[in-house]
Write a protein that binds this ligand. Structure first.
Ligand SMILES: C[S@@+](CC[C@H](N)C(=O)[O-])C[C@H]1O[C@@H](n2cnc3c(N)ncnc32)[C@H](O)[C@@H]1O
Length: 297
């Protein structure tokens, strides 16, 4: 059943807004891409700085997020595109744009996605393991956990979660699913908890859930694709700003800027992190955020 916009309250608090806007350096008549429109928090700030002749292309692969943002922003300067941000070069061309002045990527998922139990991202959800940002995609976390071979599950947990107990958890998954399918997020988080013999400060299933989410959504491949596409999409002087939330993403952005010497002037020799005030606010996402940016030469 389709959710009403009333049910889609903006639980997501945008991260490092002032810092991202300063780095993006929005020009009044510029053309911008928000590759991760989400609930439109950063987009609203870009629009405040854009004049009447400016334009914003808002991309998200989550249909619910796009609908929410369109309703919230209600702005004729915005076009909404349901697609993967790795295709941002093609999307700009399809929109009749030959070069953009800035691209913002605020990676990962929104609090609305996490807190919507039916989306199957959350440890405590009694719903089926899912974790897809794009519900048209055929691969769910349930498929991976219940159908993939042990070696592949182990590799996913190790590579995308940097999970030290990847082998133990993969073995337990394969053993448990012989009796009954591991259906819900809660089934899986309890299984991981048992491998750790209890809970610590952070939930023991954090790395397992991160790994599955990254794999199911092809997150690192999409990020690499978007970074590469930005080279062709940005005008000279245009800016690329990326907010990442874990070390795998940040490494990818950092290495891209390192290898793109001569193509980008790196504006953040060290990543910008949230102020102590923002990190203390009730916004858990902000704690691990890192912002990097570069200017197209
Ligand atoms: C952290 S949220 C963005 C929040 C947004 N900046 C705001 O202020 O409301 C990330 C969003 O990016 C979307 N997303 C993640 N990976 C994507 C991809 N490869 N292509 C398109 N959208 C993606 C998610 O669906 C989610 O809505």
């Amino acid at each position: 059943m389709e959710k009403t916009l009333e049910a889609l309250k903006p639980l997501h608090i945008p991260v490092m807004v002032d810092e991202a806007m300063e780095l993006l350096n929005v020009q009044r008549d510029g053309i911008y891409i928000d590759g991760t429109l989400g609930l439109g928090g950063h987009a609203a700030e870009i629009l405040k700085r854009l004049g009447e002749g400016g334009r914003l292309i808002g991309i998200d692969k989550d249909d619910e997020a796009l609908k929410y943002a369109a309703n919230r922003l209600e702005d004729s300067r915005v076009s909404y595109v349901r697609d993967d941000f790795s295709r941002l070069g093609q999307i700009a061309m399809d929109s009749g744009v030959s070069g953009v002045d800035g691209i913002l990527l605020d990676l990962g998922m929104s609090m609305n996605q996490v807190k919507d139990m039916g989306r199957g991202f959350s440890f405590n959800s009694e719903y089926r393991l899912d974790m897809r940002m794009d519900n048209r995609s055929p691969l769910t976390a349930w498929e991976v956990v219940n159908r993939y071979k042990m070696d592949k599950i182990e590799e996913i947990l190790r590579e995308y979660g940097e999970e030290p107990k990847s082998a133990k958890i993969a073995k337990a998954i394969v053993s448990e699913r012989k009796h009954a399918a591991i259906d819900t997020c809660r089934d899986l988080s309890l299984l991981v908890e048992r491998q750790y013999g209890g809970r610590g400060k952070t939930h023991p299933a954090t790395k397992t859930f991160q790994a599955l989410r990254i794999f199911v959504n092809g997150e690192l491949t999409a990020l690499q694709g978007a970074l590469e596409a930005s080279v062709g999409a940005l005008r000279c002087g245009g800016r690329l700003c990326v907010i990442s939330y874990h070390s795998l993403e940040d490494r990818c952005v950092k290495n891209f800027f390192k290898q793109a010497k001569g193509v980008f002037n790196v504006l953040t020799p060290k990543p910008i992190t949230p102020t102590a005030i923002e990190a203390r606010r009730n916004n858990p996402a902000a704690r691990s955020a890192k912002l990097r940016g570069g200017q197209r030469l």
